[in-house]
Design a protein around this ligand. Structure first.
Ligand code: NAP
Ligand code: ZN
Ligand code: ZN
Length: 347
């Protein structure tokens, strides 16, 4: 077995504290990554708090992982020792079903295996990136562009791909008007990507203090979502609205802003269901859809795109001793715009 030194929530809603554990011995197609940085996603909070489903504890969160390959199995082809590598939200899937064969492993019919808070093919709990190493099949590891700041690349593995994928799926381009709802980890990447794709980008925020940052990050306009008049000015004008909000909020304030046949895409995952009024949907054949992370091939494409366009996340690096403080600040909407844990410094 491979010994890991990590940080875990021992029980639901408990603090994150040091936790030593073991990972499986690398299989022929596995490699070991020595982790350098791991981002803190709002999904980590949701899962430690059992917001979505009963979790597996102790839970080592973390699915925005970057580091260097320190060991490779005999069948590993894509990576060699010393290479940079990343791991996102999933570490395996059935690899046989139609979605898996189409490179959409996140929509696997059997269910993707999450990087943490799940069970691997052998039935053992998966543990995430708040740890000094991870064992992963090379098919679920990503190549990391060497020209980018490694710490700021980490959030691309979840916040990056989760916003990149729907913008591509719904074909956002130069003539699109795109709304991004919520300026947090996902939202700030949504602004960067939508801007890079040439769209006219509007940020919807509850925080007036974020306006200047939003404009710097790629928004052409900022609208306070509690200002009904300002919202009304954008009625029936959007091709796509990407909603990244992590808590309860009113979707019925957003649907009337879509054009005929346009879509509100939910990527934020509040714990409670939203009430949706049928009328704005009926009146212009509008849709509400969801989107989950992205497949491995698309995640690689996103990382390569970031390498070419010099896109990374705006981050605040935190030491492992301040993970709990970072969680509190994330819940209090006090982050610009992603916390990244300096794992290497703890070793
Ligand atoms: P985050 O950094 O905390 O950002 C969430 C943003 O939502 C906040 O910055 C805030 O923006 C806004 N917000 C928070 N509470 C609100 C409220 N009560 N009403 C209205 N707006 C509110 O979180 P994140 O890491 O970006 O994650 C966002 C959500 O996406 C989480 O639910 C997470 O689990 C989910 N997620 C989903 C996927 C997927 O595959 N679909 C992947 C990753 C994460 P303003 O201050 O600008 O209003
Ligand atoms: Zn995430
Ligand atoms: Zn599958």
């Amino acid at each position: 077995m491979i010994s890991s030194k990590g940080f875990a929530a021992k029980t639901v809603k408990s603090h994150i504290e040091p936790f030593n554990f073991e990972r499986r011995d690398p299989l022929p197609s596995d490699m070991v990554i020595t982790i350098e940085f791991c981002g803190i996603c709002h999904s980590d909070l949701h899962q430690v708090n059992d917001d979505w489903f009963p979790g597996i504890f102790p839970m080592v969160p973390g699915h925005e992982i970057v580091g260097r390959v320190s060991q490779v199995g005999s069948a590993v082809k894509k990576f060699k020792v010393g290479d940079l590598a990343g791991v996102g939200c999933m570490v395996d899937s059935c690899r046989q079903c139609a979605p898996c064969k189409a490179g959409l492993e996140q929509y696997c019919d059997v269910g993707m295996i999450l990087t943490y808070n799940a069970r691997d093919q052998q039935g053992n709990p998966t543990y995430g990136g708040y740890a000094n190493n991870i064992v992963v099949d090379e098919a679920f590891a990503l190549r990391v562009p060497a020209n980018l700041d490694l710490a700021a690349v980490a959030p691309l593995l979840c916040a990056g791909i989760t916003t990149y994928s729907p913008l591509h799926h719904w074909k956002v381009g130069k003539h699109s008007k795109v709304g991004i709802v919520g300026l947090g980890g996902l939202g700030h990447m949504g602004l960067k990507f939508a801007h890079a794709l040439g769209a006219h980008v509007v940020l919807f925020s509850t925080s007036a203090r974020k306006k200047d940052d939003a404009l710097r990050l790629g928004a052409n306009e900022v609208v306070l979502s509690n200002d009904a008049n300002a919202m009304q000015k954008h009625a029936a004008s959007f091709d796509l609205i990407l909603d990244t909000v992590s808590a309860d909020h009113d979707l019925n304030a957003l649907t009337p802003l879509l054009k005929l046949d346009a879509t509100l895409v939910l990527v934020g995952a509040p714990d409670r269901p939203a009430a949706v009024s049928a009328f704005p949907l009926i009146m212009k054949r509008r849709s509400i859809a969801g989107s989950g992370i992205g497949g491995i091939q698309e995640t690689q494409e996103m990382l390569d795109f970031c390498g070419q366009h010099n896109i990374v996340s705006d981050i605040e690096i935190v030491p492992t001793t301040k993970i709990n403080e970072a969680y509190k600040r994330l819940l209090a909407n006090d982050v610009k715009y992603r916390f990244v844990i300096d794992i290497a410094r703890a070793q």
